[in-house]
Design a protein around this ligand. Structure first.
Ligand SMILES: Cc1cc2nc3c(=O)[nH]c(=O)nc-3n(C[C@H](O)[C@H](O)[C@H](O)COP(=O)(O)OP(=O)(O)OC[C@H]3O[C@@H](n4cnc5c(N)ncnc54)[C@H](O)[C@@H]3O)c2cc1C
Length: 815
């Protein structure tokens, strides 16, 4: 057995499948002096008792690519290392037992096609031919992913460990980490029960212990342990060795072949948490007690699906704890709190499937100091301060666990752990019919139910019950004026003598304008990819007010703080989100109505587009920003929270004669799609540059000022673009676009929709998506194609547009 060295380039904590994969990939990437520390023995945490299903399809293209890579790796790992892995590419079957589920799997098949995965729709008869032992009498259809498979989890982990050793990694077992050493917000070492190891990079792959390891460094890793059970049967006649894995989501269960018998488990709506008071000392290679009473719900469903289970012997009921997270996705990347502290944990019972790709992504992240691609759905910076509450995390995580196989409805909202963060207007808006959604703990009005309509979403894959109500809000904004409560926006102050210099370096647009200016800008990574998309208001010589999306609070704060150049010492970044309520007043009558409530001069000459002014409103000082995300004349009013209610009442009173309405986020989405405003995390992100996204006009290249990402943009400018964002419309209102639909140009797959919805003014389905072509994409190429979208496996014709669909000249907005 190896002993721990006193220094290392990288220290990985945890010898489960994720730690082993990270070690393997770091070593292959050329890192030297890598040490993996395991508290007990390799695989002794969750890995050894996993069921071993390896599925690939996720809702994010890049996360799907990671899982696809896992499969490619597992296929060759045994040959490379000489260690058996039990890998079998037997395919994955997914059943649908009702029409809505059939629509869901059709949409999943289209998502798979968008992301380059083969997935076929099957009839019940064809599904039965692949899975002969099932009763298929209630099956209405199925989808089959031929490249899915299964593996022996411990063996895969051991093969990765062997491969890592072969490339020089030192693996030290029986060596618990007991502390993390820090200096000035950076990792400097790791304390173990056998002594300290100096290092600048720590990777926390400690599974359900990762939260505790994070605490050693002041890093939040929001995951909790939940019990997960499955049975292993004796041999059952008629089970071929190449039986595909089977997911039967309507019955909440899954199956896999094992030594001629079956493994069967499921995701119950009432999961049981584990280790609420902390994981017991010495918990290694252990299982929890069998809980047959709790498992009965799965057994009942499984017996109906596979009648042969009635007489099959049960070898074992495995009850293993695993770490789950509040949104069902794993946690990857460098912690925003501490430089050099990376996390790869919280794998929600798909860690075996994810390990290959997640380990590689972590290794590349460490090597480059930034994610190798847009990994936002799993990025550790997606969490907020409320995720530090273990109670909140547990409550929401249990709900997420219970939803693992339930219908993933479009626009579905979580119900648990709400409300938490509310605007001062919450109750007032609720009383007026607001139906709230939740983002990063904030309650936000999605739409308003008029009298007589219940303020509750009714989910379906067709048009949902709020469709007409949102249409009325949209129309009010286009024709009169609407008020949106956008208090949940994240808001930062950057203050100091060096603030301008720092921001000019971090922002792609020119923010070095006089106080009173307002600048829409991106912040780019070194590849020119869009890391942040936000607005900067210059308050004074040394003060900038930064406004960004609700969900990006931690990410954007960390991005700005990390990228302040070392020679800009006199800068302080402060999160002031909780200090301001934001009411956006938008629509052609916004000026007239606001003018009746304030003495401020709102004329275009005094208060042009792209500026901010302090105005008095109902006796309160309000920071009014002349900006829009809906494409109408309007102001974002940033109001001290204690004045919010008084100002709201004053605005509603002033707006009455102008036909003002309350409006919500679903109307914003429809309005912004018509105007072609991009949404970060969907249409734009780290994988897309401003040129590709059609945002080159917001980049200060011509000014000759240095900024982060400039070199990459200069290089890109001299070459043809390989992808370009374009707008697509489908006239047929019977088609519902939701995003991820495949784009075909002249019959060839060229991309997928990054966001989509209905435009009420133009009366069309609208989708945005990148058209990709290795030889270049320019206007002529875009305009010359004939386009189709694949929607739930059906091709529909569509039209491509290069400009915004509504009011492209912005005259009304900027007048
Ligand atoms: C019943 C069950 C069935 C499952 N089925 C599947 C499946 O079919 N497919 C699938 O993809 N996934 C499945 N999973 C999930 C899968 O097992 C996990 O996602 C995966 O094993 C997580 O690996 P890990 O490396 O993150 O964690 P772990 O395997 O738990 O590894 C973490 C390691 O960190 C070590 N450690 C902790 N604290 C310290 C410390 N202080 N110092 C040093 N080391 C420390 C632990 O000892 C442990 O070995 C299942 C899980 C369960 C419970």
């Amino acid at each position: 057995m190896s002993t721990a060295p006193s220094a290392a380039q990288v220290v990985i904590i945890g010898g489960g499948i994720i730690g082993c994969s990270t070690a393997y990939h770091l070593a292959r990437a050329g890192f030297k002096d890598i040490v993996l520390l395991e508290r007990a023995k390799l695989t002794s945490g969750s890995t050894w008792h996993a069921a071993g299903l390896v599925g690939q399809l996720r809702t994010s293209a890049n996360v799907t690519q990671l899982l696809k890579y896992s499969v490619e790796l597992y296929e060759k790992l045994e040959q490379e290392t000489g260690q058996a892995t039990g890998w079998k590419r037997n395919g994955g079957l997914r059943l649908a037992c009702n029409q809505e589920r059939l629509t869901e799997i059709k949409r999943q098949a289209t998502t798979a096609h968008s992301f380059g995965l083969e997935m076929h729709l099957l009839s019940a008869v064809e599904a039965k031919a692949l899975w002969p032992i099932m009763d298929s009498s209630d099956v209405v259809g199925a989808a089959f992913l031929p490249t899915d498979g299964q593996a022996n989890p411990s063996d895969i982990a051991q093969a990765l460990a062997k491969g890592a050793r072969m490339h020089g990694v030192k693996i030290v077992e029986d060596c618990p980490v007991i502390g993390i050493q820090l200096n000035n917000g950076r990792v400097t070492g790791v304390a173990t029960s056998h002594g300290a190891i100096q290092t600048e990079i720590v990777v926390n792959c400690a599974g359900q212990w990762a939260r505790q390891i994070g605490r050693f460094a002041g890093v939040n890793v929001p995951l909790v342990s939940v019990q997960h059970q499955y049975i292993v049967t004796e041999t059952i006649a008629g089970i071929p060795r190449n039986l595909p894995t089977l997911r039967d989501p309507d019955r909440l269960i899954y199956f896999k072949e094992e030594v001629g018998g079956l493994v069967m488990g499921g995701y119950e709506p009432d999961p049981i948490p584990w280790a609420e008071q902390g994981i017991p000392e010495g918990f290694e290679f252990q299982l929890l007690g069998e809980n047959w009473d709790h498992f009965e719900q799965h057994m009942t469903q499984a017996l109906a699906r596979v009648p042969a289970l009635e007489s099959a012997g049960i070898k074992q009921l495995i009850n293993g704890p695993e770490s789950f997270t509040p949104d069902g996705n794993f946690i990857l990347g460098e912690a925003p709190e501490v430089s050099g502290f990376y996390v790869g944990a919280g794998f929600n019972a798909f860690g075996i499937a994810s390990a290959g790709g997640a380990g590689r992504a972590l290794a590349e992240w460490i090597a480059a100091g930034e994610p190798p691609m847009d990994l936002w759905p799993v990025d550790i910076r997606r969490f907020g301060r409320h995720h530090r509450s273990e109670d909140w995390v547990r409550t929401r995580t249990l709900e997420a666990y219970g939803k693992h196989y339930t219908m993933a409805w479009p626009f579905e909202e979580y119900r648990s752990a709400r409300p938490l963060r509310v605007s001062p207007l919450y109750q007032r808006l609720k009383d007026q019919g607001a139906c709230f959604g939740e983002k990063l703990g904030w309650e936000r009005p999605n739409w308003f139910a008029p009298p007589g309509v219940e303020a509750k979403d009714a989910y379906t894959y067709g048009r949902q019950n709020w469709f007409a109500c949102v249409g009325a809000e949209h129309q009010a904004c286009r024709e009169r004026v609407a008020l949106f409560d956008q208090t949940s926006f994240a808001k930062f102050l950057l203050i100091g003598r060096d603030a301008e210099r720092a921001l000019q370096w971090i922002c792609a647009n020119d923010v070095g304008k006089p106080p009173g200016s307002l600048t829409y800008t991106q912040m780019l990574n070194a590849r020119g990819g869009i890391e942040c998309d936000l607005t900067v208001a210059r308050l004074s010589q040394n003060e900038f007010y930064i406004v960004t999306g609700t969900g990006f609070a931690s990410h954007d704060f960390a991005w700005i703080r990390r990228n302040i150049p070392p020679d800009c010492g006199d800068t302080t970044l402060v999160d002031v989100t909780s200090a301001y309520c934001v009411l956006a007043l938008m629509g052609p009558r916004a000026r007239d109505m606001l003018a009746s409530a304030t003495h401020a001069d709102l004329t275009n000459a005094a208060f042009p587009f792209g500026t901010w002014r302090e105005i008095d409103l109902a006796g309160a000082p309000v920071r009014a920003l002349r900006v829009t995300y809906v494409g109408e004349l309007g102001w974002e009013l940033h109001i001290p929270v204690e004045c919010a209610l008084a100002i709201y009442e004053r605005l509603m009173e002033a707006g009455r004669q102008h036909g003002i309405v309350n409006a919500g986020y679903r109307a914003i989405e429809s309005l912004r799609l018509e105007k072609g405003y991009r949404a970060w995390g969907a249409d734009i992100g780290p994988d897309y540059t401003p040129f590709e996204a059609g945002l080159g006009w917001a980049v200060k290249l011509a000014k000759g000022l240095p900024f982060l990402g400039r070199d990459a943009l200069l290089a890109q400018r001299s070459q043809p673009l390989r992808k370009r964002l374009a707008c697509f419309t489908v006239d047929d209102p019977g088609v519902v676009l939701l995003g991820r639909e495949t784009i075909y140009r002249n019959g060839e797959r060229v991309g997928w929709l990054s966001s989509a919805g209905w435009g009420y003014t133009v009366g069309k389905n609208i989708g945005f998506g990148y058209v990709r072509n290795a030889d270049g994409v320019d206007d002529a190429m875009l305009a010359s194609g004939s386009y189709e979208l694949e929607v739930a496996t059906e091709r529909v014709s569509c039209r491509l547009h290069l400009g915004a669909l509504h009011d492209p000249r912005m005259e009304r907005v900027k007048a």
